[in-house]
Design a protein around this ligand. Structure first.
Ligand SMILES: Nc1ncnc2c1ncn2[C@@H]1O[C@H](COP(=O)(O)OP(=O)(O)OP(=O)(O)O)[C@@H](O)[C@H]1O
Ligand SMILES: [Mg+2]
Length: 342
């Protein structure tokens, strides 16, 4: 973690074209040893492409990538020995049982039969797959398959673990368990690169977050730093009646800084405010004077959803899922340049 030790993962100016389409456009990433780097980006941002290059499954057209000190291009074997990869698309052999899958991976890593057996058993236990150990993986539920895939990535105790959307499609319990595994890994000094569309996941796990879009980094920092890019708090008001919405907007225009975002469906209006409580009081006075009936009013700190929306102009797939952020739908304002100056 000192400035002197080389990063566990670094890419510089990675470019990857698929025909005329540029999937990566000069991507720079850096994960320090023992840290979690969260790579956040909308669909098609280039996350999986970057992961595949780091895992030596795909060659970049330009730029450099190093994993655990090894160049992906000139030392692919050393890179493969250092990493555990759990992909967006499972690498599990569905005809083999859970035990056989893990045993096979352990043998591929040159473990003796006895050690391979022990490692497979330990991991099956840890990932709550002991009962299902002797059933073919094709009969597993989606969550079980993801757990098996994650276990397979950890067989060799790699120093760098790359997880491409590890919790997509998992139920809340599966998600919490995966978070737990990631936390344990980091406790052991493992470096984790995690791509995700779930902002709460990046918020909960990542030391450092990069937001990418169109194959390029558009913002970087800790979760708190990214949130502070958006300035102060947000004042949120929900009107009781649709006809009050225009008056509500004009009231908020007077107290906030910047544009008022409106979601007509939920009758919600939101504006950034510099001095939260004072703006709240001023807003309530104005609304009262204008006889606007209010259903709900509140102040909140910007969430990562707000950051993502502001930077990419898009809501994430999960925004509608999380109750807190459901209100972001359709309130996209003008994308801000707040994070441009890297
Ligand atoms: N093998 C391929 N051939 C052609 N185009 C590809 C290929 N792989 C990726 N792309 C394109 O490159 C871009 C980046 O894709 P990538 O899969 O890296 O995005 P992503 O960030 O992982 O998206 P998602 O969140 O949907 O998984 C997309 O526009 C995609 O359509
Ligand atoms: Mg992907």
């Amino acid at each position: 973690m000192t400035a002197a030790s080389p990063p566990a993962i670094s890419t510089e100016g990675l470019v990857k074209n698929f025909g005329p389409h540029r999937a990566l456009d000069g991507l720079d990433l850096r994960a320090e040893r023992g840290q979690v780097l969260g790579v956040l980006g909308p669909n098609g941002a280039g996350k999986t492409t970057a992961v595949r290059i780091l895992a030596t499954l795909l060659r970049a057209d330009a730029g450099e990538a190093r994993v655990a000190g090894h160049d992906v291009r000139s030392e692919p074997h050393a890179v493969r020995r250092s990493i555990g990869l759990s992909g967006q698309y499972s690498a599990v052999d569905h005809n083999l049982t859970g035990y056989e899958n893990l045993h096979m991976v352990a043998r591929l890593h040159d473990m003796s039969h006895a050690r391979a057996r022990e490692r497979a058993r330990d991991l099956l236990e840890h990932f709550r797959l002991r009962e299902a150990a002797d059933r073919p993986a094709k009969g597993y539920s989606g969550g079980m398959r993801r757990r098996l895939d994650l276990a397979a990535a950890l067989v060799s105790r790699p120093s760098v673990v790359i997880l491409d959307e590890p919790t997509t499609g998992l139920d809340p319990r599966g998600r919490m368990e995966t978070w737990q595994v990631v936390s344990e890994l980091v406790g052991d000094g493992t470096t984790v690169l995690l791509t995700t569309q779930y902002l709460e996941e990046a918020d909960a796990l990542a030391d450092d977050i990069v937001v990418i879009d169109h194959g390029r980094v558009i913002a970087e920092g800790s979760s708190e730093e990214l949130k502070s890019l958006l300035g102060g708090e947000r004042l949120d008001v929900v009107a009781a009646r649709a006809r009050d919405l225009p008056a509500l907007v004009s009231a908020l225009e007077g107290v906030g800084s910047g544009e008022v975002a409106v979601d007509e469906r939920s009758l919600r209006a939101r504006v950034a405010v510099e001095t939260g409580s004072r703006a709240l009081i001023a807003a309530v006075r104005r609304l009262d004077a204008l006889e606007v009936e209010v259903q709900d009013v509140g102040l909140h700190r910007p969430t990562l959803d707000d950051v993502f929306l502001t930077l990419t102009g898009r809501v994430t797939e999960d925004s509608g899922r999380a109750e807190e952020s459901a209100d972001d739908d359709g309130t996209a304002g003008t994308p801000s340049r707040a994070a441009g100056g890297r």
